[in-house]
Design a protein. Structure first.
Length: 343
């Protein structure tokens, strides 16, 4: 056995078998002589076992972990969207609405969010007594209702959803739209409703009605928008109203050439109403028709009863044909009502 020199000049322990046809131009021996590359080792280099394992399941898990870290933010967002939870897990209201995120799109969510903004109204005057509903639109006690609920009233009382009773005064009325604005005395911190956009309402939309039919405060019913722009005619003469069962004044109205709840008389006005199959009964007048985002889209104003045509008893109750004044009509009239106009 011969020994070949190593780079440090010491004898090599490996045999001197050069690679075929591989010579280096660099001399390690005498000048001008071409020396062979150091021969390969007798055994292949040792590869640590833990490095080889990375090619198996552990390597796959490591790759997955790296990928998960890279897309972690997107994955967390997708999970929150699928589970309906926010980053903080709160049930805070959806922006622009009054319904909590966890209850959005449910009747229960609307009832919980908007119920405190709906009041019962009791009015008394020379023409009798009436019970209706109203919608709080400011924290200091502005309340919208139908004109026919408070028309001719000398005394008005308001009961909120928690049972608190206030005296109220009529600020402004508009019999041409069957709208009125009243204000409670000495109130603060009331929960105002959110007014929506009736121009965006479509036939088939789900809706909720809240009011006080027959004095049953905070009654909730639900349905859909059955039709739009229905011509509803109501009386402008306060003497046409009468006392109904439970103290609810059954205000006469006309639709399709037929009169209901009595005669409308000669002084009438017609508005284009939202039709709904949500159950409305005497006492719902002035209450709210609400979309599932918790926004007011109409003020309930009239109902059709199978037994309420002229000359018939109105005890039959609702048959799913109710009408509401579009909230955009109310918003356009608010400044006039706040000015104290009585028309």
């Amino acid at each position: 056995m011969t020994e070949s020199p190593r780079h440090d000049g010491a004898p090599s322990e490996y045999p001197t078998t050069p690679y075929p046809e591989q010579r280096t131009p660099y001399a390690h021996g005498a000048a001008g002589e071409a020396a062979a590359w150091p021969p390969p080792p007798a055994y292949p280099p040792h590869t640590p076992r833990h490095r080889r394992r990375l090619r198996g399941p552990a390597g796959l898990l490591a790759a997955v972990a790296v990928a998960a870290a890279a897309i972690g933010g997107g994955t967390a967002y997708a999970f929150q969207e699928l589970t309906g939870g926010g980053a903080d897990g709160s049930g805070s209201p959806v922006n622009g609405t009054t319904v909590a995120a966890s209850s959005r799109g449910t009747v229960a969510g609307v009832a919980a969010a908007v119920g405190p903004s709906i009041v019962e109204i009791k009015a008394a005057g020379s023409s009798g007594q009436s019970t209706g509903s109203g919608v709080i639109i400011s924290e200091d006690g502005e309340i919208v209702t139908n004109n026919h609920v408070v028309s001719g009233a000398s005394q008005v009382q308001v009961a909120t959803s928690d049972g608190t009773t206030y005296s109220a005064e009529v600020v402004g009325t508009d019999s041409s739209k069957d709208l009125a604005l009243i204000e409670v005395r000495g109130a603060s911190g009331l929960k105002a409703a959110s007014l929506g956009d009736s121009g965006k309402v479509a036939v088939g939309d789900d809706v909720v009605a809240i009011g006080s039919p027959a004095g049953l405060t905070g009654t909730v019913t639900s349905g859909i928008v059955s039709a739009l722009d229905r011509d509803v005619t109501v009386s402008r003469d306060e003497s046409q109203g009468g006392s109904g069962q439970g103290g609810g004044r059954e205000w006469p109205f006309e639709y399709g050439g037929e009169q209901f709840n009595g005669e409308t008389g000669e002084r009438t006005t017609t508005y284009q109403a939202i039709q709904t199959d949500a159950s409305l009964n005497p006492g719902n007048s002035g209450g709210a028709l609400i979309n599932l985002d918790g926004q007011i889209i109409g003020i309930n104003s009239a109902m059709y009863s199978a037994g309420s045509s002229q000359g018939s008893s109105s005890d039959a109750g609702s048959v799913g044909l109710g009408f509401a004044i579009p909230v955009n009509d109310l918003k356009a009239d608010l400044d006039t009502l706040r000015s104290g106009s009585q028309r």
